[in-house]
Design a protein around this ligand. Structure first.
Ligand code: UD1
Length: 386
C-alpha cells in the first residue's frame, strides 16, 4: 500500500505531522499491513520561518520530494505544481494521493491525481464559506468534487457534502487533525517564557519592550487574507483602529505574514505600523511560540481559519476579521470562542469592547480529541488497504 501526501504552505504542516507519526506507529504495530508513505512538498512556502521550522519543531520527516514551486500568481502556482506533480505521480504510482486543507497545491494536486486515475483523499473536506471570491473556497469545491474519500472535521461539513450530492460511502467523519498537533505540543509550548519569546522574534530589532507586562492582558493578531491586506481602503482604517483603540488599552502582538509586510510597504503604511510603542511586530512565529502566545492572549484578532479553531480549544476570545467562515463550528453560536466581525472598523470596535468585558471558555467540538490521525490511518490500514 503506497500513500503519497502533499504539503505546500504553512497551515498544511500541522495537519501532516500527526499523519506521518500515526503511519509510523501503524507500521510498527502492523508489519503485515505495511503502509509506504511518500511526502511531497510543493514549495509554495519556502522560508525557514514559513516552512522549515515547522518540519523541525513538529518532527515531520524531510519531504521525499520538493517541487520548489515558490511564489507566483495563483495560475502560476497551480500550473507549475500540476506540471511537476504529474511527473512525480508517473514515477511513483501511489495507490492514494492525500491532500489537506484548501491551498493552491490542494487544488493542483487533486486535479493531477484524478487525471492520472489515482484515488484521491481530502483531509478537511466539506468546509464551505459560500464565498467564491476567496481562492480557498474554489480550491475546496474542486478538491471535494474530485475526491474519492472525504474526511470531515465536523458534522456540519458532512452535511454540506450531502447537500452537494456526495455519496454517503465516500464521507467519513474523523475529527480535526490540527487539534492532534495542538494536544501533542501543549506541554512544550507552556514551558516557553513569553518575554524571551518576544525578544527572540522582534521584527524591529531595537524595539523596546518597556511597555509590555506578561501579567497584563495582551491582544494577539494575524492578518494575511488578500481581502484584508491587498486593499488600501480596508487596511488604512484597520491599522488606525489597531494603533488607537487597541494599542491604547493593551499591547498588541502582531506576528506578521510576508504578504502583509509587502502590502504595508506598498501602501506607505509601514511607519504607522511600526512606530507605536504598544504595537509589537514579530517575525512569523514557530509553532510552539504561536501556541504559547495564544494560550495567554486576552483576545485574538485574526483572519486565519486555523487560529479560529485553536482559540476554540484554548478558550481565547477570537474576533474573526472576515464576513463569513467555512468553520461555523468555532463560532459563539455553536459554543465556540469566535465571532465574525468582517473588516468594518465600527463593528470590530463594538465587538472588541464587548469581548473584553465578557469571558470565553474552552470548547471541544465532537472528535477534536487529538486522535484524528489514528482514525485516518485505521481507514487506510483496514477498509481501504490494498
Ligand atoms: C497561502 C494560502 C492560504 C493560507 C496561507 C497561510 C492559497 C490560495 N493561500 O496564502 O490559504 O492560509 O498560505 O500562510 O494557497 N512568501 C514569503 N515566504 C514564504 C511564502 C510566501 O515571503 O515562505 C510571500 C510570497 O512571496 C507572497 C506572499 O508571501 O508575496 C503570499 O504567499 P502565497 O503563497 O501566495 O499566499 P498566502 O497569502 O501565504
Amino acid at each position: 500500500m503506497k500513500l503519497l501526501s502533499v504539503v505546500a504552505a504553512r497551515p498544511n504542516f500541522m495537519k501532516i505531522a500527526p499523519l506521518t507519526a500515526a503511519i509510523s506507529r501503524h507500521n510498527v504495530a502492523n508489519p503485515d499491513r505495511f503502509i509506504e508513505h511518500i511526502l511531497v512538498h510543493t514549495g509554495q512556502h519556502y522560508d525557514i520561518r514559513m516552512s522549515e521550522s515547522f518540519f523541525k519543531d513538529l518532527n515531520i520527516p524531510e519531504p521525499d520530494i520538493n517541487l520548489e514551486i515558490g511564489s507566483g500568481t495563483h495560475a502560476e502556482q497551480v500550473g507549475l505544481t500540476m506540471i511537476a506533480f504529474e511527473k512525480v505521480l508517473k514515477e511513483h504510482k501511489p495507490d492514494w494521493v492525500i491532500v489537506v486543507g484548501d491551498v493552491n497545491a490542494t487544488l493542483a494536486c487533486s486535479v493531477t491525481a484524478k487525471k492520472e486515475k489515482i484515488n484521491l483523499c481530502h483531509i478537511e473536506a466539506g468546509l464551505r464559506s459560500g464565498d467564491l471570491s476567496m481562492p480557498e473556497e474554489i480550491n475546496r469545491l474542486v478538491t471535494d468534487r474530485l475526491s474519492d474519500l472525504l474526511l470531515t472535521p465536523d458534522r456540519i461539513s458532512g452535511d454540506n457534502l450531502r447537500k452537494e450530492g456526495v455519496p454517503e460511502d465516500k464521507i467519513r467523519f474523523v475529527g480535526n487533525i490540527m487539534i492532534d498537533t495542538l494536544e501533542a505540543n501543549r506541554d512544550k509550548a507552556s514551558a516557553i517564557e513569553i518575554r524571551a519569546l518576544l525578544e527572540a522574534n522582534l521584527l524591529i530589532q531595537n524595539q523596546k519592550l518597556n511597555g509590555f507586562d506578561a501579567k497584563k492582558s495582551y491582544a494577539l493578531m494575524t492578518l494575511h487574507r488578500p481581502s484584508n491586506v491587498d486593499d488600501r481602503e480596508v487596511l488604512v482604517p484597520l491599522l488606525k483602529f489597531l494603533t488607537t483603540d487597541v494599542a491604547s488599552k493593551m499591547t498588541l502582538l502582531w506576528p506578521i505574514h510576508p504578504r502583509a509586510v509587502k502590502m504595508l510597504k506598498e501602501f506607505d503604511l509601514w511607519e504607522m505600523a511600526t512606530k507605536h510603542p504598544n504595537v509589537i511586530l514579530l517575525e512569523p512565529l514557530r509553532y510552539h511560540d504561536m501556541l504559547r502566545l495564544n494560550m495567554d492572549a486576552g483576545i485574538m484578532l485574526t483572519d486565519s481559519g486555523g487560529l479560529q479553531e485553536e482559540c476554540c480549544i484554548l478558550g481565547t476570545p477570537c474576533l474573526t476579521l472576515r464576513w463569513n467562515t467555512e468553520r461555523p463550528v468555532t463560532l459563539r453560536e455553536h459554543g465556540g470562542a469566535s465571532v465574525l466581525v468582517g473588516n468594518n472598523v465600527d463593528r470590530i470596535r463594538t465587538e472588541f469592547n464587548h469581548t473584553l468585558a465578557s469571558q470565553a471558555l474552552p470548547s471541544r467540538p465532537e472528535l477534536w480529541d487529538g486522535h484524528t490521525a489514528e482514525r485516518i490511518v485505521e481507514l487506510f490500514g483496514s477498509e481501504f488497504y490494498k
